[in-house]
Ligand binder design. Sequence first.
Ligand code: C2E
Ligand code: MG
Ligand code: MG
Length: 662
Amino acid sequence: MEFDLFTSLINLLIVYMVFAIAFAITVRRHPGLGGPRHWLVACLALFTGYLGVCLRGVIPDILSIVAANSLTLTGGIFLWTGIRSFFGLRCQWWLPALFVLSASVLLGLFMIVWPSVPARQIIMSVFTILIILFAVRDVLRRRSSALTMETDLFIGFTGAEAVIHVIRIITLMVTPVATNGYLLAQNQPDKFFFILFFMTGTTRLLILVTLVSARLQDELNQLATQDPLTQLPNRRLLLERLKHGIDVERRSGKQLALLMLDLDRFKAVNDSLGHGAGDELLQQVALRIQARLRDVDMVARLGGDEFIVLLEDIAHPEDAARVAEEIVADLSRPFQLRQSNESDHEPGREIQIGASIGISLYPQHGTNPELLMEQADTAMYEAKQAGRGCFAYFSEELTVAVRKRIALEGRLRRAIELQELRVFYQPQIDIASGRIVGAEALVRWQSPTEGLIAPIDFIPIAEETGLIIAIGEWVLRETCRQGRRWLASGFLPLTLAVNVSPQQFRRCDINALVAEVLAETGFPAGQLELEMTESGLMDNQDKAVEVLTNLRAQGIRLAIDDFGTGYSSLAYLKRFPVDVLKIDKSFIDDIPHLQDDMEITATIIAMGHILGFKVLAEGVETQEQLVFLWKKGCDTYQGYFASKPVTAEDFAELLKEQQMNG
Ligand code: C2E
Ligand code: MG
Ligand code: MG
């Protein structure tokens, strides 16, 4: 069959009609979807535009051309606004209006003063290219990730169209025969372009249809994984995330927590205030839970008043309990409902509910999603039984331990405010002379209910919660104040050693703090020693060197605590400006029974001396240990053999005794 212009025009009309029908159906089925509505108008405009061209000869030429040109232009504009609205962009109506207005004015002018085809063609082409460029720019700005491929195709084809337009303008300008022909005249270069248009136009419309279906698929997927009331992920998406989370944690060796949350007294709200109020309450609950979580966490609604929170990558079981407690506290605050029972027309109502949370942990309580959900559910019933408004772990011991820990955290916070902390001092003895030359300041908690609590029972919690910074600051200040008092009462100068936690080292300006405390208390910098552990220093070696150098510049002595239990590398010993190595108690404990420990101790002493450090042995409890250390040339020691850590008063007594003995 001969492929003449008329046949292709008819084909084009059919194509546009088919698309128009497709878009009309889409608009009816998905009234919320921007795009197809505009494309429908675009199809109709283009369709009528071409129809205008077809009717040449039947209606006056001038009418057919004006109709064809302006309708094609309108079609292009609707295509563009459709694309904008499809990608969720607002339509700026002033822009298309500007196009139409200026195009009609220019077109009219040209037709009067220069009634040749190329002029009109050029004007039309310029405007069409502009529309295409705007559309491509918009699409590039806002691409939905799910639709990337389709938009790429779309841009490719509209780009191709733009190129064809450019070639067309050039051809029209250089081909003399075109000057008095019309779009549909036979044997003209336009025939070729018309066929090309037919192809690219059809492809573009095809791509639009693909875009619509991809977008609909997107929405369907969302519907399948989303709770329609709260817009939270549903059980299906949660299980997927949980499965993925378990895989990740398995590889990284970390923990994951599942919090099953059930509202207390929700049924009462639903029954008394109606389902509208119940729905609104659930939406507000969803928002409050979300606000409490990190970006990486996930909250899903399982249905009814059951929510589930997934916490990935947690360091301790208490972290989950802390989040659970915060959520319980958040949800126990009153909710303000806008709508209440439809029958009475009150403006709104304040209601109070609560929540119980069951927690299961990966890997302790299960290694697959279903089991973890089950265990969290069981734990949730435990929590409800325990009196609602609280959390429970799947295992009883863990619940008890974690509740205790969290309670301890609260009490410790108050203890700092109520000044229940004390500093004890453990003498440090010069081995050669047997005299007290210093003391290590060790914190204690004098609880009114539980008596004296050892640091081992609260320092780890203080480290986790950051309370250690306040505690450390207080111990430093108190020790310097005490040291100053001893100097004032005429005791010989002593070195007072204060422990510095890695958290303090990392998170606060220890240099400024020390300078401030020394200035405030008047304690001499040369008598203050700061003890740091190897692990605390190794975290960030460059920063450690800088901080230690600055501390040293203030005249402060630096000691490495628990030496031998960490990295004990010669490289860092050389880098860090340190004065004292404190050999860890674990090496001293088995002297003189364990040959290995004796060798290690002797080696640390010898190595320390070669590198220019003083060496102190910790935890000396027997005469034999002391004799061994003396033989190996250790400088100082501390331990129960000389004295346990004692109160400031008792320590002053020890000093007095020593001074009396000469
Ligand atoms: P550390 O700095 O290694 O302190 C030495 C610990 O060994 C002290 O325990 C001390 O009482 C104990 N000790 C000393 N000689 C002997 C002995 O002969 N036998 C036995 N069995 N133990 C001995 P304490 O006071 O319970 O402190 C434990 C840890 O708590 C300290 O270890 C230190 O890491 C931390 N700590 C204590 N006070 C503070 C503080 O103010 N700030 C910071 N950041 N940590 C502190
Ligand atoms: Mg220490
Ligand atoms: Mg130690």
